[in-house]
Every structure is written in C-alpha cells, then in structure tokens.
Design a protein around this ligand. Structure first.
Ligand code: PLP
Length: 449
C-alpha cells in the first residue's frame, strides 16, 4: 500500500468534511498509517508534526500508552450498553470527576457524542427549563458575532461564521446576534480589558431589551477558535455572568475547544472566576481518542425536570451512543494524566516557549497581529500591515502555508489567513521551534507576489 494507491481508493468512495473535494485534483489527500506522540506517518514513510492536535482534539499525543492500556481493559470488560435504565462504572466515575473539576455550581452531567450534539442539548435544556418553570415566552438565544458552535442546524443557527452559515440560512432558527468583544478590533493604545469592557455595553443593551424572550446567551470563553482564533479579555465573561443573573437568562459556556487546559487554565471560565449555567465539553475530553461530549449543569436546573412522569417535564433527548463505555474510559484516562503529570503547570512553560518561538512574527511586514492564550497561538496575515486590509479570501494564502508546511513535515491548517499553533501538550521545545521555522518560511512563500 502506498499513498497513491490509498488516495485513489479514497477519492473514489469518500466524501471528506469541510472540503471542496475538487481541491484534491491538485492537492493530494494524505493517508496516515500510524501516529506516535506528536508525529503522524504516511504510507510513503513521510512524517508530519501534528501542530493542530488533529483538529484540536489530541492532548497527550497519538498512541499514548496510558490511554491505550485503559481502553484495552475497557474493551475486555464492556464496550457499550444502553444508557437509559442502565449505567456503568466508567460513565459514573467520569461524571464524578467532571463535576469535581468543573467550576462551582455544575453538579450534573449529561452525555452526548460530539460537540454539536452537546450544544443542541444545552440549547434544548435551557429552553425546556424555562418552559417547565412556566416561562413560555423565553424562546430565543443570544450569540456573539464571529462565534462558532458546530454544524448541526441548531448549533449552526447560534454560530455566526458566514462561510459555514450563510448557505443554510433559510433552514435556521432566528437568533439575536451581538457585536463581539474580539480584541483584534481594539483601538491603538486601548487594552484588551478596556476594549472587552467597552464592547460589553452592546450585550448589556441587548439583554435589557430582550431578556423576557431570551433563554440563554451562548459564548466561547476567551477564544473564538473557528472564528479565526480571535480572542478577548476575561472581564467580558465576568460582566456577562453578572448580567445573565440580573436579567434572568442562562449562560451557556461552549468550552468544547478551549476546555482541558487549552487557554492556560483547566477551563477558560476559571480565568474570570465564573461558573456558567451550562458548560459544553468535547474535543479534548477523551484526549482525542473517541467521540464523546458532556453538558454540565446545576442541580437547580436539573430539579426543574424532576417530577412525576405524568407531568411530562422530563428531558427526553437521547443519542444511541450516549455514555459510550469506551469513550468514557478514554476520558477517565485523560483526566488521570492531568492529575499525575501536573499538566497545567507544565503547559505554562510550553506556552512561554511558544511565545518566544513566535516573537519574530509580529515584525513581519504581512503580519497584523500575533496573539496567544496559553496553548493557542495565532498569527494573522494581512495584505497591508498599516491599514490591516486583509488578503482577498479568493487568493487562499493560508492554503499556501499549509502546502509548504506539509512539504516540510509539519501539519498546520490555517483558518483563512490565520496561521495558528495548537499542539498536543507533550510537544517539546525543539519541535515548537521547528513549527515556528516552518511557519515563517511558509508565510514567506505565501506572501510572495
Ligand atoms: C468544534 C467545536 C464545536 C463542534 O464540535 P463537533 O464535535 O465538531 O461537532 C462546537 N463548539 C466549538 C467552540 C468548537 O470548537
């Protein structure tokens, strides 16, 4: 088997996610034979440094011995069982741990099997909570400009990235979209905290106007990942928490991408010392091994559904693979690694090394901004550094960086004109320097002519 033979077979039967398949007439698709640590290897023996954690899911490397051992043990015991009327040890233990490590006030765990499904669960639960409490006017959601919450219709509706959303607009529920706190747009001399605070006025206004009809505000704490890794100050979350309480609206924190140490704390909400009413988790939850998601919420919300069956207040939402035993066990093994290896503390050092490795990018004539939160570092390319005029999207400059990096053995997958590093936490200094060097040369290539 070679790259060529497998890609021929692939392209005759498969349809890949988030891909214009015609692109593969010019860019080869890469069949991966195996993974080890931060490295992926294809069938021709080429190696790729996985600088984006295989779409933000992998935390402790491919073929991690601790997770593998846990999964093998689980596989010999129980692979899956219906999760209505039945339960199992791994689901119970994982829920106990999640409730223990989550921000204060999140005491209940509902499982689903991917991030978008978790967002759907949180939206439905919030709406249903108000309905069970007799507040039937609450039917709407508030979301931020440039947000992303997944691809299923409900999740897409509360997202705001036009590239994914616009085509399906006629199918989507109406939402209230508020201009965001994204600090790329701050004035010169204005601090992140000042800008995020100033922008909060627009959210406050919206809440004041619409709270009677609003179930919840949904946000991605600190980093809008799919929205080009745009970032904002924790003060926004603090203000939002207080306003949600004041106006009797739920706060849904979508920590699917930023949870599990990505922004420097275990959960991004911790940096604002707040707890949401719903917290959505997925991606890193299983260390990148198996699909699983969870929605954590409060016992107070849970109680609004708890009654005699005939009252018809129960949350009758389910997925066939809810609480899958293998996935839950991978989650447990992942949390064990966090505990045993002091990951959050070690990541501070790694984040520092990443910052140093990327320091020179801010001086590049086509880089408008280098920004970082913990283990996410983003480099925004522009056509004109002074005016920040972006490159026309049709030129696909980011893809040129992607192509160049692949030829040098690094997997970077830019979002439009934003190059970012979001590596597994087991990466070392030398590998971080390689990523930065390759990104630099890739950018030189991409901005030529
Ligand atoms: C990836 C992502 C989702 C969707 O998760 P899927 O598992 O891809 O459905 C939702 N919200 C955020 C913030 C994400 O980054």
């Amino acid at each position: 088997m070679t790259n060529q033979s497998l890609s021929n077979r692939d392209l005759s039967v498969l349809w890949h996610p988030c891909t214009q398949m015609k692109d593969h007439e010019t860019f080869p698709i890469i069949p991966i034979k195996k993974g080890q640590g931060v490295w992926l290897e294809d069938y021709d023996g080429n190696r790729y440094l996985d600088a984006i954690s295989s779409w933000w899911v992998n935390l402790f490397g491919h073929a991690n011995p601790h997770i593998i051992a846990a999964l093998k043990d689980q596989l010999d015991t129980l692979e899956h069982v219906i999760f209505a009327g039945f339960t199992h040890e791994s689901a119970i233990k994982l829920a106990e741990k999640l409730v223990e490590i989550a921000p204060e006030g999140l005491d209940r765990c509902f499982y689903a099997d991917n991030g978008s499904a978790a967002v759907e669960v949180a939206l439905k639960m919030s709406f249903h909570y108000w309905r069970n409490r007799g507040q039937t006017r609450k039917t709407q959601f508030i979301t931020l400009e440039n947000s992303y919450h997944g691809e299923t219709l409900g999740a897409l509706a509360v997202g705001n990235v036009p590239l994914y959303k616009e085509t399906y607009a006629p199918l989507l529920m109406d939402v209230i979209t508020v201009p965001g706190p994204d600090c790329y747009n701050r004035e010169t001399g204005e601090s992140w905290a000042e800008y995020s605070t100033r922008r909060f006025a627009l959210m406050e206004q919206t809440l004041q106007q619409h709270s009677e009809c609003v179930c919840a505000v949904i946000i991605e704490p600190l980093v809008q990942c799919a929205g080009n890794m745009r970032m904002y100050d924790p003060v926004y979350l603090k203000l939002l928490r207080a306003a949600c309480d004041k106006y009797q609206v739920h706060l849904i924190a979508d920590e699917i991408a930023v949870g599990f140490g990505r922004t420097g704390t275990l959960f991004a909400c911790e940096q604002a010392a707040i707890g949401p009413d719903f917290m959505c988790l997925s991606k890193g939850l299983t260390g990148g091994y198996l699909p699983l998601s969870a929605v954590l919420t409060s016992n107070q919300i849970y109680q609004a559904f708890y009654d005699d069956y005939q009252k018809l207040t129960a949350f009758l939402h389910s997925h066939s693979y809810t609480g899958n035993a293998l996935a839950c066990r991978a989650g447990l093994a992942t949390l064990e690694i966090f505990r045993q290896h002091n990951v959050i503390e070690n990541n501070k050092q790694l984040a520092g090394i990443m910052a140093k490795a990327a320091a020179r990018f801010s001086g590049h004539p086509h880089v408008a901004e280098v920004r970082q939160k913990g283990m996410i570092l983003a480099i925004e390319l522009v056509k004109n550094k002074q005016t920040r005029e972006p490159y026309p999207w049709q030129e696909r400059r980011g893809i040129k960086v992607y192509q160049y990096a692949l030829s040098k053995g690094v997997l970077l997958r830019p979002l439009g004109n934003v190059i970012y590093f979001m590596p597994p936490y087991i990466i070392n200094e030398e590998e971080l320097l390689v990523i930065a060097d390759v990104a630099w040369d890739g950018i030189q290539c991409a901005v030529k002519d």
